[in-house]
Ligand binder design. Structure first.
Ligand SMILES: NC(=O)C1=CN([C@@H]2O[C@H](COP(=O)(O)OP(=O)(O)OC[C@H]3O[C@@H](n4cnc5c(N)ncnc54)[C@H](OP(=O)(O)O)[C@@H]3O)[C@@H](O)[C@H]2O)C=CC1
Ligand SMILES: [Fe+3]
Length: 457
Protein backbone atom coordinates (compact mmCIF):
# COMPACT_ATOMS: atom_id res chain seq x y z
CA UNK A 1 0.00 0.00 0.00
CA UNK A 2 2.93 2.34 0.55
CA UNK A 3 3.81 2.28 -3.14
CA UNK A 4 0.18 2.83 -4.00
CA UNK A 5 -0.11 5.77 -1.62
CA UNK A 6 3.19 7.33 -2.61
CA UNK A 7 2.23 7.28 -6.28
CA UNK A 8 -1.09 8.99 -5.70
CA UNK A 9 -0.94 12.50 -4.44
CA UNK A 10 -3.19 13.43 -1.53
CA UNK A 11 -5.28 16.56 -2.05
CA UNK A 12 -7.55 18.35 0.37
CA UNK A 13 -10.90 20.09 -0.09
CA UNK A 14 -12.34 22.41 2.53
CA UNK A 15 -16.12 22.47 2.46
CA UNK A 16 -18.48 19.64 1.60
CA UNK A 17 -21.02 21.69 -0.36
CA UNK A 18 -22.03 21.47 -4.03
CA UNK A 19 -18.74 22.53 -5.51
CA UNK A 20 -16.67 20.56 -2.98
CA UNK A 21 -18.49 17.35 -3.88
CA UNK A 22 -18.37 17.85 -7.66
CA UNK A 23 -14.72 18.77 -7.64
CA UNK A 24 -13.95 15.85 -5.32
CA UNK A 25 -15.68 13.42 -7.62
CA UNK A 26 -13.59 14.60 -10.58
CA UNK A 27 -10.36 14.45 -8.58
CA UNK A 28 -11.07 10.89 -7.48
CA UNK A 29 -11.81 9.90 -11.07
CA UNK A 30 -8.51 11.44 -12.13
CA UNK A 31 -6.75 9.16 -9.65
CA UNK A 32 -6.01 11.45 -6.73
CA UNK A 33 -6.47 10.57 -3.08
CA UNK A 34 -8.66 13.04 -1.30
CA UNK A 35 -9.37 14.23 2.20
CA UNK A 36 -12.20 16.65 3.01
CA UNK A 37 -11.88 19.24 5.76
CA UNK A 38 -15.23 19.92 7.37
CA UNK A 39 -16.73 21.63 10.42
CA UNK A 40 -18.68 18.48 11.14
CA UNK A 41 -16.66 15.55 9.78
CA UNK A 42 -19.10 12.99 11.19
CA UNK A 43 -22.35 14.36 9.81
CA UNK A 44 -21.64 15.99 6.52
CA UNK A 45 -23.74 13.67 4.36
CA UNK A 46 -22.70 11.45 1.47
CA UNK A 47 -19.33 12.21 -0.10
CA UNK A 48 -17.74 10.72 -3.22
CA UNK A 49 -16.68 7.12 -2.51
CA UNK A 50 -13.04 6.60 -1.62
CA UNK A 51 -12.61 9.93 0.17
CA UNK A 52 -11.75 10.55 3.79
CA UNK A 53 -13.07 13.32 5.93
CA UNK A 54 -11.45 15.04 8.90
CA UNK A 55 -11.60 18.32 10.76
CA UNK A 56 -9.97 21.29 9.11
CA UNK A 57 -6.75 21.06 11.10
CA UNK A 58 -6.01 17.41 10.42
CA UNK A 59 -7.01 17.67 6.77
CA UNK A 60 -4.80 20.71 6.17
CA UNK A 61 -1.90 19.03 7.90
CA UNK A 62 -1.93 16.00 5.59
CA UNK A 63 -2.02 17.69 2.16
CA UNK A 64 0.09 20.17 0.24
CA UNK A 65 -2.69 21.43 -2.03
CA UNK A 66 -5.97 22.63 -0.55
CA UNK A 67 -9.08 23.62 -2.50
CA UNK A 68 -11.13 26.09 -0.54
CA UNK A 69 -14.76 25.41 -1.52
CA UNK A 70 -16.30 27.71 1.06
CA UNK A 71 -18.01 31.07 0.54
CA UNK A 72 -15.94 34.15 1.19
CA UNK A 73 -18.09 35.28 4.13
CA UNK A 74 -16.81 32.27 6.10
CA UNK A 75 -13.09 32.65 5.40
CA UNK A 76 -12.38 33.93 8.94
CA UNK A 77 -11.99 30.44 10.41
CA UNK A 78 -8.81 30.03 8.33
CA UNK A 79 -6.91 32.49 10.52
CA UNK A 80 -6.73 29.94 13.31
CA UNK A 81 -5.21 27.43 10.87
CA UNK A 82 -2.22 29.65 10.07
CA UNK A 83 0.38 27.15 11.33
CA UNK A 84 -1.13 24.23 9.36
CA UNK A 85 -1.42 26.29 6.18
CA UNK A 86 2.13 27.63 6.19
CA UNK A 87 3.81 26.93 2.85
CA UNK A 88 0.72 25.19 1.47
CA UNK A 89 -0.99 25.99 -1.80
CA UNK A 90 -4.54 27.21 -1.18
CA UNK A 91 -6.85 27.42 -4.18
CA UNK A 92 -9.56 30.06 -4.02
CA UNK A 93 -12.52 29.03 -6.21
CA UNK A 94 -14.99 31.59 -4.91
CA UNK A 95 -17.35 33.85 -6.78
CA UNK A 96 -19.45 36.76 -5.61
CA UNK A 97 -23.12 37.36 -6.21
CA UNK A 98 -22.54 40.92 -7.37
CA UNK A 99 -19.73 43.05 -8.71
CA UNK A 100 -17.90 45.34 -6.28
CA UNK A 101 -19.47 43.68 -3.26
CA UNK A 102 -16.14 43.91 -1.44
CA UNK A 103 -13.35 46.46 -1.81
CA UNK A 104 -10.83 43.66 -2.34
CA UNK A 105 -10.86 40.54 -4.53
CA UNK A 106 -11.72 37.39 -2.57
CA UNK A 107 -8.36 35.79 -3.35
CA UNK A 108 -6.40 38.86 -2.24
CA UNK A 109 -8.44 39.01 0.95
CA UNK A 110 -7.59 35.34 1.53
CA UNK A 111 -3.88 35.92 0.96
CA UNK A 112 -3.94 38.66 3.62
CA UNK A 113 -5.72 36.34 6.07
CA UNK A 114 -3.12 33.56 5.63
CA UNK A 115 0.09 35.27 4.54
CA UNK A 116 2.14 32.10 5.02
CA UNK A 117 0.20 30.18 2.37
CA UNK A 118 0.42 30.55 -1.41
CA UNK A 119 -2.99 31.52 -2.72
CA UNK A 120 -3.93 30.63 -6.29
CA UNK A 121 -7.19 31.78 -7.84
CA UNK A 122 -8.66 29.13 -10.14
CA UNK A 123 -11.72 27.16 -11.27
CA UNK A 124 -14.18 29.94 -10.39
CA UNK A 125 -15.44 30.23 -13.97
CA UNK A 126 -16.63 26.60 -13.94
CA UNK A 127 -19.91 25.60 -12.36
CA UNK A 128 -20.44 22.64 -10.07
CA UNK A 129 -22.63 21.26 -12.83
CA UNK A 130 -19.91 21.56 -15.50
CA UNK A 131 -17.43 19.88 -13.18
CA UNK A 132 -19.74 16.98 -12.58
CA UNK A 133 -20.22 16.44 -16.31
CA UNK A 134 -16.55 16.69 -17.08
CA UNK A 135 -14.95 19.13 -19.47
CA UNK A 136 -16.95 19.67 -22.63
CA UNK A 137 -16.06 21.64 -25.69
CA UNK A 138 -17.67 24.86 -24.61
CA UNK A 139 -16.21 24.77 -21.14
CA UNK A 140 -12.66 23.56 -21.41
CA UNK A 141 -10.67 26.38 -19.98
CA UNK A 142 -9.54 26.99 -16.44
CA UNK A 143 -8.20 30.46 -15.73
CA UNK A 144 -5.78 30.86 -12.91
CA UNK A 145 -3.62 33.50 -11.31
CA UNK A 146 -1.33 33.69 -8.32
CA UNK A 147 1.88 35.25 -7.06
CA UNK A 148 4.01 32.12 -6.83
CA UNK A 149 4.96 30.19 -9.95
CA UNK A 150 5.45 26.81 -8.22
CA UNK A 151 2.03 27.07 -6.63
CA UNK A 152 0.42 27.90 -9.95
CA UNK A 153 2.25 25.00 -11.57
CA UNK A 154 0.89 22.56 -9.01
CA UNK A 155 -2.68 23.74 -9.61
CA UNK A 156 -2.20 23.76 -13.38
CA UNK A 157 -0.98 20.17 -13.26
CA UNK A 158 -4.09 19.07 -11.39
CA UNK A 159 -6.37 20.96 -13.78
CA UNK A 160 -4.62 19.37 -16.76
CA UNK A 161 -5.12 15.92 -15.25
CA UNK A 162 -8.82 16.72 -14.93
CA UNK A 163 -8.84 17.37 -18.68
CA UNK A 164 -8.95 21.17 -18.68
CA UNK A 165 -6.83 23.60 -20.62
CA UNK A 166 -5.08 26.03 -18.32
CA UNK A 167 -4.83 29.72 -19.07
CA UNK A 168 -2.42 31.59 -16.80
CA UNK A 169 -3.64 35.13 -16.19
CA UNK A 170 -0.66 36.35 -14.17
CA UNK A 171 -0.35 37.50 -10.58
CA UNK A 172 -3.00 37.59 -7.89
CA UNK A 173 -3.92 41.14 -8.84
CA UNK A 174 -5.77 39.63 -11.81
CA UNK A 175 -8.11 37.85 -9.36
CA UNK A 176 -10.61 40.69 -9.47
CA UNK A 177 -11.00 40.29 -13.21
CA UNK A 178 -11.42 36.52 -12.90
CA UNK A 179 -14.04 36.98 -10.20
CA UNK A 180 -15.92 39.52 -12.28
CA UNK A 181 -15.94 37.43 -15.44
CA UNK A 182 -18.75 34.99 -14.46
CA UNK A 183 -20.88 38.02 -13.55
CA UNK A 184 -20.61 39.67 -16.92
CA UNK A 185 -23.77 40.05 -18.92
CA UNK A 186 -22.92 40.22 -22.62
CA UNK A 187 -20.48 43.15 -22.40
CA UNK A 188 -20.03 43.31 -26.19
CA UNK A 189 -23.75 43.62 -26.66
CA UNK A 190 -24.36 46.68 -24.52
CA UNK A 191 -23.89 49.36 -27.17
CA UNK A 192 -25.71 47.46 -29.96
CA UNK A 193 -28.60 46.65 -27.61
CA UNK A 194 -28.99 50.28 -26.53
CA UNK A 195 -28.99 51.35 -30.16
CA UNK A 196 -31.55 48.70 -31.06
CA UNK A 197 -33.88 49.63 -28.22
CA UNK A 198 -33.51 53.36 -28.94
CA UNK A 199 -34.12 53.04 -32.68
CA UNK A 200 -37.01 50.61 -32.24
CA UNK A 201 -38.72 52.83 -29.67
CA UNK A 202 -38.27 55.94 -31.82
CA UNK A 203 -39.64 54.41 -35.01
CA UNK A 204 -42.46 52.64 -33.20
CA UNK A 205 -43.63 55.93 -31.69
CA UNK A 206 -43.19 57.61 -35.05
CA UNK A 207 -45.41 55.15 -36.93
CA UNK A 208 -48.01 54.98 -34.14
CA UNK A 209 -48.39 58.75 -34.18
CA UNK A 210 -48.18 59.10 -37.93
CA UNK A 211 -50.43 56.20 -38.92
CA UNK A 212 -52.79 55.32 -36.09
CA UNK A 213 -53.22 58.61 -34.25
CA UNK A 214 -53.28 60.59 -37.50
CA UNK A 215 -56.08 58.40 -38.89
CA UNK A 216 -58.04 58.86 -35.69
CA UNK A 217 -57.61 62.63 -35.50
CA UNK A 218 -58.19 63.37 -39.20
CA UNK A 219 -60.76 60.75 -40.14
CA UNK A 220 -62.11 59.44 -36.80
CA UNK A 221 -61.04 55.96 -37.92
CA UNK A 222 -59.78 53.41 -35.39
CA UNK A 223 -57.06 51.35 -37.05
CA UNK A 224 -55.15 50.56 -33.86
CA UNK A 225 -55.24 46.81 -34.71
CA UNK A 226 -52.55 47.60 -37.27
CA UNK A 227 -50.00 47.95 -34.46
CA UNK A 228 -49.68 44.17 -34.20
CA UNK A 229 -48.59 43.29 -37.73
CA UNK A 230 -48.50 46.26 -40.09
CA UNK A 231 -46.62 48.59 -37.81
CA UNK A 232 -44.33 45.87 -36.49
CA UNK A 233 -43.54 45.02 -40.09
CA UNK A 234 -42.56 48.64 -40.67
CA UNK A 235 -40.41 49.04 -37.58
CA UNK A 236 -38.41 45.80 -38.00
CA UNK A 237 -37.16 46.37 -41.57
CA UNK A 238 -36.44 50.02 -40.81
CA UNK A 239 -34.34 49.24 -37.76
CA UNK A 240 -32.69 46.38 -39.63
CA UNK A 241 -31.68 48.58 -42.57
CA UNK A 242 -30.35 51.33 -40.30
CA UNK A 243 -28.36 48.85 -38.20
CA UNK A 244 -26.87 47.31 -41.33
CA UNK A 245 -25.76 50.74 -42.50
CA UNK A 246 -24.37 51.47 -39.05
CA UNK A 247 -22.20 48.37 -39.50
CA UNK A 248 -20.49 49.99 -42.46
CA UNK A 249 -20.53 53.64 -41.39
CA UNK A 250 -17.59 53.42 -38.93
CA UNK A 251 -15.38 51.86 -41.60
CA UNK A 252 -16.16 54.76 -43.89
CA UNK A 253 -15.58 57.28 -41.12
CA UNK A 254 -12.23 55.67 -40.37
CA UNK A 255 -11.26 55.93 -44.04
CA UNK A 256 -12.28 59.61 -44.08
CA UNK A 257 -10.25 60.24 -40.93
CA UNK A 258 -7.22 58.57 -42.46
CA UNK A 259 -7.65 60.57 -45.64
CA UNK A 260 -7.89 63.87 -43.82
CA UNK A 261 -5.01 63.05 -41.47
CA UNK A 262 -2.92 61.61 -44.28
CA UNK A 263 -1.63 58.81 -42.07
CA UNK A 264 -2.82 55.59 -40.51
CA UNK A 265 -0.44 55.79 -37.56
CA UNK A 266 -2.73 57.83 -35.41
CA UNK A 267 -5.18 56.42 -32.94
CA UNK A 268 -8.88 56.68 -33.74
CA UNK A 269 -11.08 58.42 -31.20
CA UNK A 270 -12.40 56.06 -28.52
CA UNK A 271 -16.00 56.14 -29.64
CA UNK A 272 -15.00 55.09 -33.14
CA UNK A 273 -12.91 52.23 -31.78
CA UNK A 274 -15.81 51.01 -29.66
CA UNK A 275 -18.18 51.34 -32.58
CA UNK A 276 -15.87 49.31 -34.85
CA UNK A 277 -15.59 46.57 -32.24
CA UNK A 278 -19.35 46.03 -32.12
CA UNK A 279 -19.92 45.80 -35.87
CA UNK A 280 -20.51 42.08 -35.67
CA UNK A 281 -23.22 42.53 -33.05
CA UNK A 282 -24.83 45.32 -35.05
CA UNK A 283 -24.91 43.01 -38.06
CA UNK A 284 -26.43 40.13 -36.10
CA UNK A 285 -29.21 42.30 -34.66
CA UNK A 286 -29.87 43.60 -38.13
CA UNK A 287 -30.06 40.04 -39.47
CA UNK A 288 -32.47 39.05 -36.70
CA UNK A 289 -34.75 42.00 -37.51
CA UNK A 290 -34.56 41.26 -41.24
CA UNK A 291 -35.66 37.68 -40.50
CA UNK A 292 -38.61 39.05 -38.53
CA UNK A 293 -39.50 41.23 -41.49
CA UNK A 294 -39.47 38.17 -43.75
CA UNK A 295 -41.70 36.19 -41.39
CA UNK A 296 -44.12 39.06 -40.90
CA UNK A 297 -44.34 39.50 -44.65
CA UNK A 298 -45.07 35.81 -45.17
CA UNK A 299 -48.11 35.91 -42.88
CA UNK A 300 -49.72 38.84 -44.68
CA UNK A 301 -51.94 36.64 -46.91
CA UNK A 302 -53.46 34.78 -43.94
CA UNK A 303 -54.37 37.93 -42.03
CA UNK A 304 -58.08 38.39 -41.39
CA UNK A 305 -57.92 42.06 -42.41
CA UNK A 306 -56.28 41.24 -45.75
CA UNK A 307 -58.64 38.37 -46.57
CA UNK A 308 -61.63 40.55 -45.65
CA UNK A 309 -60.44 43.38 -47.92
CA UNK A 310 -59.75 41.03 -50.84
CA UNK A 311 -63.17 39.41 -50.56
CA UNK A 312 -64.86 42.80 -50.25
CA UNK A 313 -63.16 44.11 -53.39
CA UNK A 314 -63.98 40.96 -55.35
CA UNK A 315 -67.63 41.01 -54.27
CA UNK A 316 -68.07 44.66 -55.12
CA UNK A 317 -66.55 44.07 -58.57
CA UNK A 318 -68.92 41.17 -59.15
CA UNK A 319 -71.88 43.28 -58.06
CA UNK A 320 -70.94 46.12 -60.35
CA UNK A 321 -69.96 43.65 -63.08
CA UNK A 322 -66.55 45.25 -63.53
CA UNK A 323 -62.99 43.97 -63.96
CA UNK A 324 -59.93 46.05 -63.28
CA UNK A 325 -57.37 45.89 -66.07
CA UNK A 326 -54.05 44.13 -65.49
CA UNK A 327 -51.36 46.70 -64.68
CA UNK A 328 -48.01 45.59 -66.10
CA UNK A 329 -46.09 48.41 -64.40
CA UNK A 330 -47.53 47.34 -61.08
CA UNK A 331 -46.51 43.75 -61.78
CA UNK A 332 -42.95 44.83 -62.58
CA UNK A 333 -42.76 47.05 -59.56
CA UNK A 334 -44.03 44.55 -56.99
CA UNK A 335 -42.08 41.65 -58.47
CA UNK A 336 -38.79 43.52 -58.52
CA UNK A 337 -39.47 44.75 -55.02
CA UNK A 338 -40.00 41.22 -53.71
CA UNK A 339 -37.12 39.88 -55.73
CA UNK A 340 -34.72 42.44 -54.29
CA UNK A 341 -36.00 41.60 -50.83
CA UNK A 342 -35.38 37.88 -51.28
CA UNK A 343 -31.93 38.45 -52.83
CA UNK A 344 -30.94 40.89 -50.11
CA UNK A 345 -32.05 38.49 -47.41
CA UNK A 346 -30.21 35.60 -49.05
CA UNK A 347 -26.96 37.56 -49.14
CA UNK A 348 -27.59 38.72 -45.61
CA UNK A 349 -27.85 35.09 -44.46
CA UNK A 350 -24.54 34.39 -46.15
CA UNK A 351 -22.96 37.26 -44.23
CA UNK A 352 -24.39 35.93 -41.00
CA UNK A 353 -23.17 32.39 -41.62
CA UNK A 354 -19.68 33.51 -42.56
CA UNK A 355 -19.39 35.43 -39.29
CA UNK A 356 -19.78 32.22 -37.26
CA UNK A 357 -16.38 31.42 -35.75
CA UNK A 358 -16.35 27.87 -37.11
CA UNK A 359 -16.88 29.19 -40.62
CA UNK A 360 -14.71 32.30 -40.49
CA UNK A 361 -11.85 30.23 -39.08
CA UNK A 362 -11.49 28.27 -42.30
CA UNK A 363 -11.58 31.40 -44.49
CA UNK A 364 -8.42 33.23 -45.38
CA UNK A 365 -8.27 36.89 -44.42
CA UNK A 366 -8.89 37.87 -48.01
CA UNK A 367 -11.88 35.60 -48.35
CA UNK A 368 -13.33 36.88 -45.10
CA UNK A 369 -12.92 40.52 -46.03
CA UNK A 370 -14.31 39.83 -49.50
CA UNK A 371 -17.49 38.43 -48.00
CA UNK A 372 -17.86 40.91 -45.15
CA UNK A 373 -16.94 43.98 -47.17
CA UNK A 374 -17.79 43.49 -50.86
CA UNK A 375 -20.81 41.26 -50.37
CA UNK A 376 -21.78 43.30 -47.32
CA UNK A 377 -22.00 46.51 -49.34
CA UNK A 378 -23.86 44.62 -52.06
CA UNK A 379 -26.38 43.44 -49.44
CA UNK A 380 -26.79 46.96 -48.14
CA UNK A 381 -27.25 48.23 -51.69
CA UNK A 382 -29.88 45.61 -52.57
CA UNK A 383 -31.82 46.13 -49.33
CA UNK A 384 -31.77 49.90 -49.87
CA UNK A 385 -32.90 49.44 -53.46
CA UNK A 386 -35.70 47.19 -52.18
CA UNK A 387 -36.88 50.03 -49.96
CA UNK A 388 -36.69 52.59 -52.79
CA UNK A 389 -38.79 50.26 -54.94
CA UNK A 390 -41.30 50.07 -52.11
CA UNK A 391 -41.60 53.86 -52.19
CA UNK A 392 -41.58 53.84 -56.03
CA UNK A 393 -43.33 57.05 -57.03
CA UNK A 394 -44.48 58.14 -53.60
CA UNK A 395 -41.39 60.24 -52.96
CA UNK A 396 -42.72 63.10 -55.06
CA UNK A 397 -46.36 62.92 -53.96
CA UNK A 398 -47.30 65.59 -51.50
CA UNK A 399 -50.01 63.33 -50.10
CA UNK A 400 -47.38 61.01 -48.63
CA UNK A 401 -46.23 63.73 -46.24
CA UNK A 402 -48.90 63.69 -43.55
CA UNK A 403 -48.51 66.57 -41.11
CA UNK A 404 -45.37 67.44 -43.13
CA UNK A 405 -43.63 64.25 -41.98
CA UNK A 406 -42.22 61.74 -44.46
CA UNK A 407 -43.29 58.07 -44.23
CA UNK A 408 -41.06 56.12 -41.87
CA UNK A 409 -39.31 54.18 -44.64
CA UNK A 410 -38.32 57.41 -46.37
CA UNK A 411 -36.94 58.74 -43.11
CA UNK A 412 -34.88 55.59 -42.59
CA UNK A 413 -33.49 55.67 -46.14
CA UNK A 414 -31.36 58.69 -45.22
CA UNK A 415 -28.78 56.61 -43.34
CA UNK A 416 -28.17 53.79 -45.88
CA UNK A 417 -28.25 56.24 -48.79
CA UNK A 418 -25.61 58.39 -47.11
CA UNK A 419 -23.43 55.35 -46.39
CA UNK A 420 -23.68 54.07 -49.97
CA UNK A 421 -22.98 57.52 -51.39
CA UNK A 422 -19.90 57.97 -49.21
CA UNK A 423 -18.70 54.49 -50.16
CA UNK A 424 -19.03 55.36 -53.84
CA UNK A 425 -17.01 58.53 -53.28
CA UNK A 426 -14.32 56.46 -51.57
CA UNK A 427 -14.25 54.14 -54.58
CA UNK A 428 -13.42 57.00 -56.98
CA UNK A 429 -10.03 56.10 -58.48
CA UNK A 430 -8.17 59.15 -57.17
CA UNK A 431 -9.52 58.80 -53.63
CA UNK A 432 -8.99 55.05 -53.64
CA UNK A 433 -5.37 55.39 -54.77
CA UNK A 434 -4.58 57.87 -52.04
CA UNK A 435 -6.23 55.71 -49.39
CA UNK A 436 -4.27 52.66 -50.50
CA UNK A 437 -1.04 54.64 -50.27
CA UNK A 438 -1.91 55.77 -46.76
CA UNK A 439 -2.83 52.24 -45.67
CA UNK A 440 0.35 50.79 -47.16
CA UNK A 441 2.18 53.28 -45.00
CA UNK A 442 3.76 55.00 -48.00
CA UNK A 443 2.38 58.36 -47.21
CA UNK A 444 3.68 60.41 -44.30
CA UNK A 445 4.21 57.43 -42.07
CA UNK A 446 5.23 58.72 -38.65
CA UNK A 447 5.13 55.86 -36.16
CA UNK A 448 6.20 58.28 -33.41
CA UNK A 449 2.84 59.89 -33.55
CA UNK A 450 0.53 56.93 -33.11
CA UNK A 451 0.20 54.30 -30.43
CA UNK A 452 -1.94 51.90 -32.37
CA UNK A 453 -2.48 50.91 -35.95
CA UNK A 454 -5.90 51.15 -37.44
CA UNK A 455 -8.23 48.17 -37.25
CA UNK A 456 -8.69 48.29 -40.98
CA UNK A 457 -5.99 47.09 -43.24
N1 LIG B 1 -21.64 25.90 -6.85
C1 LIG B 1 -21.03 26.32 -7.95
O1 LIG B 1 -21.45 26.03 -9.08
C2 LIG B 1 -19.77 27.16 -7.85
C3 LIG B 1 -19.32 27.60 -6.63
N2 LIG B 1 -18.15 28.35 -6.54
C4 LIG B 1 -17.64 28.82 -5.26
O2 LIG B 1 -17.36 27.71 -4.44
C5 LIG B 1 -17.59 28.05 -3.09
C6 LIG B 1 -18.51 27.03 -2.47
O3 LIG B 1 -19.73 27.02 -3.21
P1 LIG B 1 -20.85 25.90 -2.99
O4 LIG B 1 -20.17 24.59 -2.85
O5 LIG B 1 -21.83 26.05 -4.05
O6 LIG B 1 -21.48 26.34 -1.58
P2 LIG B 1 -22.29 25.46 -0.54
O7 LIG B 1 -23.08 26.38 0.27
O8 LIG B 1 -22.96 24.33 -1.23
O9 LIG B 1 -21.15 24.82 0.37
C7 LIG B 1 -20.34 25.60 1.15
C8 LIG B 1 -19.62 24.72 2.17
O10 LIG B 1 -18.82 25.56 2.96
C9 LIG B 1 -18.74 25.06 4.28
N3 LIG B 1 -19.07 26.14 5.23
C10 LIG B 1 -20.23 26.80 5.33
N4 LIG B 1 -20.18 27.70 6.32
C11 LIG B 1 -18.94 27.62 6.86
C12 LIG B 1 -18.28 28.27 7.93
N5 LIG B 1 -18.90 29.24 8.64
N6 LIG B 1 -17.03 27.96 8.19
C13 LIG B 1 -16.40 26.99 7.49
N7 LIG B 1 -16.98 26.31 6.47
C14 LIG B 1 -18.24 26.62 6.17
C15 LIG B 1 -19.74 23.95 4.41
O11 LIG B 1 -19.06 22.71 4.46
P3 LIG B 1 -18.91 21.88 5.87
O12 LIG B 1 -20.27 21.85 6.45
O13 LIG B 1 -18.38 20.56 5.48
O14 LIG B 1 -17.94 22.66 6.70
C16 LIG B 1 -20.57 24.03 3.12
O15 LIG B 1 -20.95 22.81 2.64
C17 LIG B 1 -18.15 29.46 -3.09
O16 LIG B 1 -17.13 30.38 -2.78
C18 LIG B 1 -18.63 29.65 -4.49
O17 LIG B 1 -18.54 31.00 -4.87
C19 LIG B 1 -17.44 28.64 -7.67
C20 LIG B 1 -17.85 28.21 -8.91
C21 LIG B 1 -19.06 27.47 -9.09
FE1 LIG C 1 -39.14 44.93 -47.12
Amino acid sequence: TCLHECLQELLCIFGTGDLGRSLGQRLIQAGYRLVYGSRRPHSCGPLPPGTQVADHEAAAQSAQLIFLCVHREHYDFLESLTPQLKGKVVVDVSNNLKRDLYPEANAEHLQRLIPGAHVVKAFNTLSAWALQNGPSDANRQVYLCGNRTEAKQAVAETATKLGFTVVDRGSLSAARELEDSPLQLFPDWRLPMRLTVGLTAFFFLYVVIRDVIYAYVEQRKDISFRIMVSLANKVFPIVSLIMLSLCYLPGIMAACLQLSRGTKYKRFPDWLDRWMLCRKQLGLVSLAFASLHVLYTLIIPIRYYVRYRLAAITISQIRENKTTAFDTTMAWRTDSYYSMGVLGFGLFLLLGISSLPSVSNILSWREFSFIQSKLGYLTLFICTFHTYLYGWDKFLHLASYKWFTPPSYMLCLIVPSAVLLLKMLLLLPCVDKRLTRIRQGWERADPEDGTRKSLLT
